[in-house]
Ligand binder design. Structure first.
Ligand code: GCU
Length: 620
C-alpha cells in the first residue's frame, strides 16, 4: 500500500490526488468507467480449447507507487498507463510512459527471476502486448489467464475487462466488446503486494513470485458455449459415468452430447432453463485409471457448435474406516510434497518440461502420489500427473495465519476454492482437495475452514476433503486432536520430529495419539540438508543427518494404525525469504531430497528403497 499517511508537508495536490485515488482503487470500489468491469469467469478444461497464445515478450513498466492507475485529464484519461497513449506534438499534457520503449518481461514467468533488480520486488508492474486478432461473427472472446500473482487488472484497447485477486488459479475475462478486427493491445497491472486480508496472508515459506506466471491466451467460443462440466465414474453403479455440464446462452432445444469413441459410448441430454444438463450413461470394457495403468480416454463434449475434446481417466476414490480405497481397493499413498519451483532455472514452474522433470523424479522415487503444495498448481502439472499416474493432493492457499474472522477473507478463500475445483475437476489424478495448511486451532479458524469444506463437498462430492493439521506434543506423546479433523475425510499431519523437535532418534520413542479413526496422511516431515555437504549423521545440514531423520521416521510412521499415506517435505529445494543461512540455505528451503540443481541427496535413496520395497505402509 502506497505510504499515504507518513509524508510531512509540503503535501502537493498531486500527491494528495494520487493517494486518495490509490486508496479508493485499492479498495476496488472505484465506480469510474476505467475501473468497472464484469467479474472473470471459470472455463473448465480451457487448456483443451483452441486458443491464440499471447505468451512471449511483453513490455513492462515497474510502478511502485501505482502512478499509472490514474490520469490528470479524466475526460481524456490519456495518461493512465492502461490507455497506452502515444504522446503527440502539441499535447496539452506530458505523457510520462511509453511501452514501446519499455524493457520486456517474458510471459509466462515470474518477474523476480527474470531481472536481478526485481528479485525482491513486491508491488505493481504493468505489462503491455500488441496483437492482431480477427474475431469471428457471433462469438464470445475471452482473455484467458492461467494465473497472475496476486492482484491483477486487465484492459483491452484501453477498456477495462476484468480484475482478479488470487495468485494461483485461472480466470477468463470477456473481451468481446473491447476487441476489434486487426491491431489490438492488452494491458495488465499485476501487484504481488502481500496483504493481511489476503489469501495467503503476509507470511509464507515460499518466495512471493510476482507476475503473469502462467499462460495468457485468447479463447473464442460460439454464442452458446460450455463453461463448466464434470464427468466421473459413479461410486455406486459399476461402469456408470455421470456428471453434468453447463451452457451459457443455451439455445432452445439444444442438446448436450458426450461421446467416448474408444468405448463406443455416447449419450445426449436435454439442457434445462438454467443451462444445466445432467449426464449419465453406462460403458462397457472401461479400463479404470490407476497409478500403474493411467488409462486416459478421448472424450468429446458437444453442445450446438461448441465442442471440447477432453482427455481423461475414470476411477473412484473413497474412504472405508481408516483406509483409502481407489477403485474399491485399499491403496497406500507413497508420496512426496512439491512446490511449483522450476528445477534448475528456479522461479515459478509453469511448463510441460518443469512438470515432466518434477513428476519424473517423483516416479523415480517410487511414488504413486504427490502433494502439490500449498496452492493450486498449473494445468500442465495436473495433465502430467494424469499421464504419469500420480495421485494428487491439491491445496487452497489457506496457509498459516489468515484473518479467519474477516468475512471478506472467507469470500476470497471460497472464490479461489471455487476456481480451483471448477477448473480442475476432471483430472483423474486429483483425489484430495486440501482446505488448508498448519492453521491455528481457534474457533474462527475452525468455522472458516468448515465453511470451505462444506463448499468443496457441494462443488464436488466425488473426492476426499483434507487439511494439514498441527500436532500437540507432550514430550514423546504426539497428539492429533484438532477439532477441524471432524470436518475432514482424511487427516493430514505435519510433524518435524528430528528437525524442529528433538533428534533423529526421538522418533524411536514417539507415541501417537490420534483422535480420529479416519485415514491419516503424514503430509510433512523432513530435515534440511545442503546437497554435497557431508559429515556425521547427527551433524545438522549434512546429507547424512537428513537421511538419518528419514531412517528413524519410517519405522515410527509404520506404527500409526490409521496411516494411509505420506508426502515428506519435500521433493526439491525451493526459494524462501525465511531461509537466510549463508552458505547453506542462501534463501532456499533445503529440505528437498534433490537440490534445485537436480543433485540427489542421500535421503532420496532411503525413501526410494522404502517405497520400492513397500516396507512403508500397508501392502496394496
Ligand atoms: C511447514 C510448512 C511448509 C514449510 C515447512 C518448513 O510445515 O507447511 O510450508 O516449508 O514447514 O518449515 O520447511
Amino acid at each position: 500500500m502506497t505510504s499515504c499517511f507518513i509524508r510531512p508537508a509540503p503535501f502537493s495536490a498531486f500527491s494528495f490526488a494520487r493517494c486518495a485515488l490509490a486508496l479508493i482503487l485499492a479498495s476496488g470500489h472505484l465506480g469510474h468507467a476505467a475501473f468497472a468491469a464484469p467479474a472473470p469467469i471459470v472455463l473448465t478444461g480451457s487448456d483443451r480449447r483452441p486458443a491464440t497464445s499471447l505468451n512471449g515478450e511483453w513490455a513492462s513498466i515497474v510502478d511502485p507507487y501505482f502512478s499509472g492507475l490514474f490520469s490528470f485529464h479524466h475526460e481524456e484519461k490519456k495518461n493512465g498507463f492502461f490507455m497506452n497513449y502515444k504522446a503527440k506534438p502539441g499535447d496539452p499534457f506530458p505523457t510520462e510512459y511509453d511501452f514501446s520503449k519499455a524493457p520486456k518481461l517474458k510471459v509466462p514467468g515470474d518477474w523476480n527471476t527474470q531481472r536481478e533488480s526485481l528479485m525482491y520486488y513486491e508491488g505493481p508492474i504493468w505489462y503491455e502486448k500488441d496483437f492482431i486478432f480477427e474475431p469471428k461473427p457471433n462469438t464470445h472472446v475471452f482473455l484467458h489467464v492461467g494465473a497472475a500473482n496476486y492482484h491483477s487488472w486487465f484492459w483491452v484497447n484501453g477498456q477495462k475487462v476484468c480484475e482478479h485477486e488470487g495468485g494461483f488459479t485461472a480466470f477468463n475475462c470477456e473481451v468481446t466488446q473491447a476487441i476489434h478486427s486487426g491491431n489490438n493491445f492488452v494491458i495488465a497491472a499485476v501487484d504481488n503486494t502481500r496483504h493481511e486480508d489476503g489469501v495467503p496472508g503476509l507470511e509464507t515459506d515460499w518466495w512471493n513470485y510476482g507476475g503473469l506466471t502462467r499462460e495468457v491466451s485468447l479463447i473464442e467460443v460460439p454464442e452458446s458455449f460450455i463453461d463448466q462440466y464434470d464427468l466421473h465414474l459413479s461410486r455406486n453403479e459399476d461402469s456408470g459415468i455421470e456428471g453434468w455440464l453447463h451452457v451459457v446462452g443455451a439455445q432452445p432445444g439444444e442438446k448436450a452430447e458426450v461421446e467416448i469413441p474408444d468405448l463406443h459410448a455416447k449419450t445426449t441430454a436435454d439442457i434445462g432453463a438454467d443451462g444445466r444438463a445432467a449426464l449419465h450413461f453406462k460403458v462397457q470394457g472401461l479400463d479404470r485409471w490407476t497409478p500403474d495403468s493411467p488409462k486416459l480416454y478421448k472424450v468429446a463434449i458437444r453442445v450446438g457448435s461448441d465442442s471440447i475434446d477432453e482427455l481423461m481417466g475414470f476411477r473412484t476414490i473413497e474412504t472405508h474406516g481408516t483406509e483409502i480405497l481407489l477403485n474399491g481397493k485399499p491403496i497406500f499413498l507413497r508420496g512426496i510434497s512439491i512446490h511449483a519451483e522450476a528445477p534448475y532455472r528456479t522461479g515459478r514452474a509453469y511448463s510441460d518440461k518443469d512438470a515432466e522433470i518434477l513428476l519424473g523424479w517423483a516416479k523415480e522415487l517410487g511414488c504413486n502420489f504427490v502433494r502439490l503444495a500449498h496452492y493450486p498448481h498449473d494445468e500442465t502439472m495436473l495433465r502430467a500427473a494424469d499421464r504419469l499416474g500420480l495421485l494428487v493432493w491439491s491445496e487452497n492457499p489457506v496457509y498459516w495465519a489468515l484473518e479467519f474472522d474477516n468475512p471478506k477473507v472467507l469470500a476470497k478463500a471460497e472464490q479461489q476454492l471455487g476456481e480451483e475445483i471448477n477448473t480442475s475437476r476432471n483430472h483423474a489424478a486429483i483425489v484430495l482437495w486440501s482446505m488448508a495448511n498448519e492453521t491455528p486451532n481457534t474457533s474462527p479458524r475452525t468455522q472458516f475452514i468448515e465453511t470451505l469444506a462444506t463448499r468443496a463437498r457441494g462443488l464436488d462430492p466425488t473426492r476426499l476433503i483434507t487439511a494439514a493439521l498441527l500436532v500437540r506434543a507432550q514430550g514423546k506423546i504426539k497428539i492429533v486432536d484438532d477439532p477441524l479433523g471432524k470436518a475432514l475425510d482424511v487427516i493430514g499431519i505435519n510433524e518435524y520430529i528430528g528437525w524442529y523437535e528433538g533428534h533423529p532418534d526421538s522418533a524411536d520413542t514417539a507415541e501417537w495419539q490420534i483422535a480420529y479413526q479416519k485415514p491419516v496422511i503424514v503430509s510433512e516431515f523432513g530435515a534440511g540438508a545442503k546437497a554435497g555437504l557431508h559429515g556425521g549423521e547427527n551433524e545438522r545440514w549434512t546429507e547424512e543427518y537428513q537421511a538419518n531423520v528419514y531412517r528413524h521416521q519410517l519405522p515410527m510412521l509404520n506404527k500409526i494404525s490409521q496411516l494411509s499415506g505420506m508426502s515428506p517435505w519435500c521433493l526439491m529445494d525451493f526459494r524462501s525469504p525465511n531461509r537466510p543461512l549463508v552458505g547453506i540455505q542462501d534463501e532456499f528451503n533445503r529440505k528437498g531430497l534433490i537440490s534445485d540443481q537436480g543433485k540427489k541427496k542421500l535421503a532420496f535413496s532411503v525413501l526410494e528403497k522404502a517405497y520400492k520395497d513397500k516396507t512403508i505402509g500397508k501392502a496394496d
